[in-house]
Write a protein that binds this ligand. Structure first.
Ligand code: PLP
Length: 279
């Protein structure tokens, strides 16, 4: 079954999907997006993702094209058509098609795009061994809470990580860890789970919220505060959270071994709790 696309209300094979070169997403990065994945064929935490899409769209003064109920219908239909064992659903909303002029065009309908592709889960061996990360300067703009399609700084960071043979780039702003290029970052210090607070410097991850709730309900102390780069290196445990990475141990940062170089007990417990929740 080919990958499925949805453009402004119509389903089609991905290879046939097009948008105008005058789309403001293409010319200005004037748009927002979401990524949702399925477990056992069902979209995970869909309401939280749709709520964040609405928040991101509102921050750009974009009118929501569909209600959550309508989005849910389109997503379920896309999953049904693609018929993959597990799917990754990408949704994008841009300000629409208009002659190139920075200010908002009047009376232009947003462009709504969705793709449904096969999701290949991370290898079990990678999850069990943990991954290596590198740090890099967070050069992104001041509204990282908006899931905007402007991802050039994230693209740079991911490319640096690839060249360094690291799994993820951990972004550091003024000496403080913000998040990963495609994930949130958490550390464990003396049994406490610590992660950067919500605000304009991070994307408030859906997985972040789920994992913090798992930690709290499991009796683990949680602190939402900034972590310095030095604290990152000396943490007992470091892990990433995100739709694609789930809960993933980081065992080395910038070549420095985290604790004993193996996924720590709290990371393993939260990863197991997360698997239990989605399984
Ligand atoms: N931070 C950034 C910059 C991201 O791009 C993502 C996911 O794409 C996340 C965090 C994790 O968010 P979520 O758990 O909602 O996937």
């Amino acid at each position: 079954m080919p990958d499925v696309a949805f453009v402004n209300g119509t389903f089609m094979p991905l290879a046939e999907a097009t948008v105008s070169i005058e789309d403001r997403g293409f010319q200005f990065g004037d748009g927002v997006y979401e990524v949702v994945r399925t477990y056992q064929g069902r979209p995970f935490a869909l309401d939280a993702h749709l709520a964040r899409l609405e928040r991101s769209a509102a921050a750009l003064d974009l009118m929501p094209s569909y209600s959550r109920l309508e989005w849910t219908g389109h997503i379920l239909e896309g999953i049904r058509r693609a018929a993959y064992p597990e799917a990754k659903i990408y949704m994008q909303l841009t300000r629409g098609v208009a002659p190139r002029e920075h200010t908002y065009p009047a009376d232009v309908a947003p462009t709504v795009v969705m793709t449904v592709r096969e999701l290949h889960p991370l290898d079990k061996s990678v999850q069990e061994a943990g991954v290596e990360a590198m740090t890099t300067e967070d050069i992104r703009w001041g509204r990282c809470d908006i899931k905007s399609v402007n991802l050039l700084a994230n693209v740079f960071a991911r490319q640096q990580a690839k060249q360094a043979r690291a799994f993820e780039a951990i972004l550091v702003k003024e000496g403080l860890v913000t998040e990963g290029a495609v994930s949130n970052v958490m550390v464990v210090q003396g049994g406490t789970v610590v992660t950067a607070p919500e605000g304009p410097r991070i994307l408030s991850g859906v997985t972040r919220a789920v994992v913090l709730e798992l930690a709290r309900s499991g009796g683990l102390p949680v602190q939402e505060r900034c972590i310095s780069q030095a604290e990152l290196y000396s943490a007992d445990e470091v892990f990433l959270t995100g739709t694609t990475v789930e809960v993933l141990a980081v065992v080395r940062v910038d070549g420095r071994v985290i604790h004993d170089g193996r996924p720590g007990p709290i990371t393993r417990r939260l990863a197991a709790d997360f698997t239990g929740l989605v399984g």
